[in-house]
Design a protein around this ligand. Sequence first.
Ligand code: DP6
Length: 360
Amino acid sequence: MHVEEFIPNTSPKKIGSGSVGCISPSNIALVKYWGKKPHQIPANPSISFTLNNCNTKTILRYSPKSTEGFSFEVYLDGKKEEDFRPKIEQFFERIIVYAPFLNSFHFDIETTNTFPHSSGIASSASGMSALAMCIVALEQLVYEISNEVLMKRKASFLARLGSGSACRSIEGGLVVWGAHSAILGSSDLEGIAFPYEVHQVFKDYQDAILLVDKGEKQVSSSVGHNLMHNHPFATERFQQAHDHIDALIPILKSGDVNAFISIVEREALTLHAMMMCSDPYFILMKPNTLEIINAIWNFRTRTQIPVCFTLDAGANVHVLYPKQHASQVGQLIQAKLSHYCQNGQYILDHVGKGSEHIKI
Ligand code: DP6
């Protein structure tokens, strides 16, 4: 696979003003992306569940202009959001060679999230994938392209250049990003739908996101990724991610939830272990993160219900469980785990279908 296939090679058509829109979900990694090379190339492959309810809706309003260079305004919930500018500007700079038509328009980017902005949930995956989907929708108009498959792949390719994990939010279900020898078609450049058989239990897996800490993270993901350079355990960690994906392939097929749990929880703890022994070291978990983990382990031992946790680069806990146990796990969350959340807040989500264009 070559980047050249994503560079337009025909002349653009002149179009007037208009708008395109998209809804794109967040995703939760089972095997984590932590560490990267230049141009948003992951240091190891990762695999995630695409979510459903936590999503970003973006409308891209475009109007032709004659001056060269990027021109855009960005709005969150109807209000101008200057804080988003640097990240979007950097994104446009990175993708301009693949989307040169961006120079010919002024854009108003209007975005809303279904989850509270200050929830501490990473909005970069849903936000960047939604914007990338809008950009390819415009590209389809400008170059009169009807190849939907290629355009979805390009949306993932572009989203990656905005935020690595965003490339896993275009396709639904299980998505793999990063070249892995056992996964046909896997690539460092884009996320692909997991191409092998998946047991029914994993098709509608549930994810309750417990909002332990809604504050700004002390260490951003970008800084964390960089600390994997010269990390004393980097080589072993990257190899472990490959091994975990190897192990997951038959587990996802057989529906062995206990084997699934042992990989998913080890991944979450390894991610945070990497943070705790980088230079400088840091801790993103909070005391309540550990309270929740212990409560999940106690509940699992007591009831034999296969519920487990995973973590992002933050203090919030994702509680993962099969749909058939939704009511017992719901009770556990309501009665016990929600007390460890800020203002008792949590979000119930589940595996979803991926990004979709919307009519405006
Ligand atoms: C811990 O995708 O946010 O959530 O590429 O710098 O934007 P950038 O990083 P980002 O990193 C996500 C890291 C993670 C693990 C994962 O989602 O795989």
